[in-house]
Design a protein around this ligand. Structure first.
Ligand code: AMP
Length: 453
């Protein structure tokens, strides 16, 4: 078939039959090309997902949005390795947390023990200390995006490899830092259109307030020690605050009536919390104070917050964060007040799906060059770079297929334009330039085609 005959056939509009043909016969083609659809021999680890083309565009759009918005908040990106020394994570996340006690992926190499990072605050604190980031002067306003690993029981919104974006603002104990941090978090969700959320906040005080609160909790829980869950009994000895985090049923009646931190905040902590609330009010960021919201580790201080979405089902936490004024010292650095949050990206994408928020449009290629004959293929190969220097996405057939099959492929690729070329076109220096959307064609020189863009 010559290009001319092909164009006539196109003009008679065999576009829709072609698509239908493709849909009907694609599975059969697959069957004949591959024999049968074999079960994959190798699979990803449970709860660790491949992000495939079609899905990955959403991730790219989300990452781009986070980076663009972070810039507006003067946040700088930091990237740390996925592997850290076990001791850093044990110190930084806490021996008694579920994460460290049950969910760590660990391995050793030589005499050293490593884990796949379950979160990024301790790694960022490590990087801050290791590279003396305080010497850059001022407050370090950092953000990160990346995979985290926890050996949890997978379910919707709970994975073993999941992704977080997060912020760590290091070197300021001013409530303005707390509020900028929360504000950035809210800004990202609002920008995406995820507005049906609840921001919960609390203050867990400074070490002095916490000491008196801990004492009050021990006095309160001790008489009922035997009725508490095993984990809570352990925590009663080591870190009674974390009993308030317990999900165990038998602990709930006791947790409900437990003393509240509010009554134990000293003046400095109460003043800090009031200023955080006042600034949030000024910014019209709506919040609920939740006195049971605690972060049980000793280096967590003052502000704690969590963002919840009713659109997520049982795994309803979108993001969580707080102050950790003592963590940098805990991992061997200078006294450095800091605040941060971490947000689950899979859960954010689930919320987008539930709300019908489209992060990325359908796949599209700007130009598909359809060729007939070897000379045309060579011309196409040489023309692709010229189109790409115009910032166009451009492609051609890699399989030596018929023109009909190439047109089908151009449709499948959602090509905006096709350039159709055979021996006659090469001789005349004019090519069929097809607007795939309008189904219009014209004969143009390559310069004329390039000028169109
Ligand atoms: P965390 O580091 O536990 O405070 O978690 C911060 C956020 O990360 C949560 O609010 C979730 O959105 C997300 N997240 C935590 N664990 C997982 C997980 N196993 N799978 C998916 N997302 C998670």
């Amino acid at each position: 078939m010559s290009v001319k005959q092909f164009r006539l056939a196109r003009a008679a509009n065999i576009r829709f039959p072609l698509i239908a043909f493709h849909r009907i016969f694609a599975p059969i083609q697959f069957f004949t090309q591959n024999g049968y659809m074999a079960q994959a021999k190798y699979k990803t680890h449970l709860g660790m997902n491949d992000i495939l083309p079609g899905e990955v565009e959403k991730w790219q759009a989300l990452e781009q949005l986070i980076r663009t918005e972070a810039k507006k908040f003067n946040l700088e990106e930091i990237r740390t390795p996925v592997m850290e020394q076990t001791e850093l994570i044990v110190r930084g996340v806490g021996q008694l947390t579920d994460i460290v006690s049950k969910e760590i992926f660990s391995f050793s190499r030589g005499d050293d023990n490593y884990v796949l990072r379950p979160e990024c605050t301790a790694p960022v604190a490590r990087a801050f200390v290791e590279h003396h980031l305080e010497q850059r002067g001022g407050t370090q306003k950092l953000f990160y995006i990346g995979p985290m690993f926890r050996a949890e029981r997978p379910q919707k919104g709970r994975l073993r490899q999941f992704h977080q974006f997060g912020v760590e603002i290091m070197g300021s104990d001013d409530p303005v830092a707390d509020v900028e941090c929360i504000s950035f978090m809210m800004h990202v969700y609002n920008k995406l259109g995820i507005t049906n959320t609840t921001l919960k906040i609390n203050s867990i005080g400074d070490p002095e307030s916490r000491d008196s609160y801990k004492k009050a909790l021990v006095d309160y829980f001790k008489p009922n020690r035997d009725k508490l869950s095993e984990l809570s009994r352990k925590r009663l000895e080591k870190n009674p605050l974390r009993i308030l985090d317990s999900k165990e049923e038998e602990d709930q009646p006791f947790i409900e009536k437990a003393p509240l931190i509010d009554d134990y905040l000293n003046d400095a902590s109460a003043e800090h919390f009031n200023r955080v609330k006042t600034y949030l009010d000024e910014l019209k960021i709506h919040y609920e104070v939740d006195p049971h919201l605690v972060r049980g580790l000793d280096y967590y201080t003052r502000t704690a917050f969590e963002l919840i979405s009713p659109d997520l089902g049982s795994q309803d936490a979108l993001a969580g964060g707080g102050r950790y004024d003592l963590l940098v010292e805990e991992v061997g650095g200078p006294q450095t007040p800091a605040i941060g949050f971490a947000a689950g990206m899979e859960r954010l994408l689930i919320a987008c799906d539930e709300l019908g928020i489209e992060l990325a449009g359908p796949k599209q290629v700007d130009v598909y060059i359809v060729t007939l004959g070897e000379a045309a293929r060579t011309w196409a190969l040489k023309t692709l770079p010229r189109l790409r220097t115009k910032n166009l996405s451009a492609t051609m057939d890699y399989m030596g297929r018929s023109m009909k099959a190439q047109m089908k492929d151009a449709n499948r690729e959602n090509a905006r334009f096709a350039i159709i070329v055979g021996d006659n076109e090469l001789r005349e220096g004019r090519f069929t330039f097809r607007d795939m959307e309008a189904s219009e064609e014209s004969a143009l020189t390559l310069d004329e085609i390039l000028e169109r863009f």
